[in-house]
Design a protein around this ligand. Structure first.
Ligand code: NAP
Length: 385
């Protein structure tokens, strides 16, 4: 309920987010002990092994878009690896931040293992500089990531950066549109489009382009927009009015440059209509920049090589989803994508069992799975002659 009130997430999606946090806890409950066990390695020593030890106190700087999930996916593995955490959550979800701290207390964690910091972004520098802090994990914008990582680097402290994205959704000539369309709707419109891994640019083979646009429009028009407290609502308001204004600016600028609005395109206070744009070119804001709201930019392509080039044609590298009937053929081309994740015939999503993170300006380091568990550990080599 708190995140519905603070950032307008439709309530059924808020419940799903909480359930996903439970999934993550259960995943580490089942797997962390074996992942953290010492690893024996053969060498010229009588015995040699690697021990994984905690670093100390880790700072998390977190965003508002998935106010519970983002914090859980940082804090649970960091704590299970033996660290303590302090969390600076986004200012517009201070209530969620407080609730999470209370949850850790209620669950019986010793005092101070999880601590909420009610501070502003400009106070983060002093926290990183504190000798007790041994590392920092940021999920947020490129600007916040660059600022935090440079302070951390100047004090030789480790940073993990989970930043923005502009994932492509590639529809190959042989794709099954019946299967692709519902995924295209969810991949762009979930959380009212406010997701780093949302599909933002739809690259559709020219032979399917018009059919795709028509069916996509029909499906998008079925989404129910309105009160996030209503259990049947699919699309709520953006988290803040300024965020809706930013989307309005990016869309209007793109339309001025020649993009065509197929549906949507209007703002009402913090609400922005689910929108589809065609005639998008690579120099438009809706292609070049991250659009953090319910706006899909559609472009045609003529061959796979061109699709790869378009997909790679932003400064981000979080993930890509590709729809095709030729799974083996596309599998052999996965290496061409400058991304942290390639999903075939499914939408890019995070899964506790799979590493999550980006390349290029989407950041570095990984969360989730064994990789995430071991981001903030000392990998200690032990050699016995
Ligand atoms: P944001 O403005 O960067 O804020 C994220 C967090 O950083 C907030 O806690 C914010 O605090 C803090 N912050 C902002 N500027 C800072 C600075 N200079 N120094 C230290 N801390 C600073 O991002 P947002 O608008 O909340 O989130 C949207 C962005 O996050 C999008 O780009 C999205 O793609 C990205 N994101 C990435 C992932 C991923 O896993 N890769 C996941 C979710 C979101 P205040 O709220 O107090 O300003």
């Amino acid at each position: 309920l708190q995140c519905v009130l603070e950032m307008g997430k439709p309530i059924k999606q808020a419940i799903a987010e909480v359930e996903k946090c439970e999934l993550l806890c259960n995943y580490y409950l089942d797997n962390a002990a074996s992942m953290m066990a010492p690893l024996h390695l053969a060498s010229d020593a009588r015995e040699s092994f690697v021990a994984y030890e905690p670093l100390g106190v880790i700072l998390g700087v977190m965003p508002w878009n998935f106010p519970y999930w983002q914090v859980f996916r940082f804090a649970i593995p960091a704590i299970i690896a033996g660290n303590c955490v302090v969390v600076k959550h986004a200012s517009n979800v201070a209530g969620c931040a407080q609730l999470i701290e209370e949850l850790f207390t209620e669950a019986g964690f010793p005092k101070g293992v999880y601590q909420n910091l009610l501070i502003s972004g400009d106070q983060v520098k002093a926290i990183i500089e504190h000798p007790a802090i041994k590392g920092v994990s940021v999920t947020g914008s490129e600007k916040a990531g660059a600022s935090v990582a440079s302070v951390a680097a100047s004090h030789i402290k480790k940073a993990v950066l989970e930043l923005g994205g502009s994932n492509a959704f590639i529809v190959c000539a042989d794709a099954d549109l019946e299967k692709a369309i519902p995924v295209a709707v969810k991949a762009r419109m979930q959380n009212t489009g406010q997701s780093c891994i949302a599909a933002k640019r739809f690259l559709v083979h020219r032979s399917l382009h018009d059919d795709f646009v028509m069916r996509y429009k029909d499906a998008v028009l079925k989404l129910k927009c309105g009160d996030p407290m209503d259990e049947t609502t699919d699309i709520g308001p953006l988290a803040r009015v300024d965020l809706a204004e930013q989307i309005e600016k990016q869309v209007n600028e793109s339309v001025k440059m020649g993009a065509k609005i197929i549906t949507g395109g209007r703002r009402n206070d913090a609400f922005y209509e689910p929108t589809i744009l065609t005639g998008v070119t690579t120099d438009m804001p809706v292609f070049k920049e991250e659009i953090f709201g319910p706006v899909a930019a559609v472009l045609p392509f003529d061959n796979f090589e061109e699709a790869v080039k378009l997909s790679n044609g932003t400064e981000f590298g979080l993930g890509v989803q590709i729809f095709t009937e030729d799974i083996e053929g596309v599998k052999s081309k996965v290496h061409l994508f400058e991304e942290g994740a390639v999903f075939i015939n499914a939408m890019v999503k995070s899964d506790p069992a799979l590493p999550f993170g980006g390349v290029k300006k989407s950041g570095f380091g990984r969360e989730l799975a064994e990789n995430g568990l071991k981001e903030f550990v000392n990998v200690k080599t032990v050699y016995i002659k």
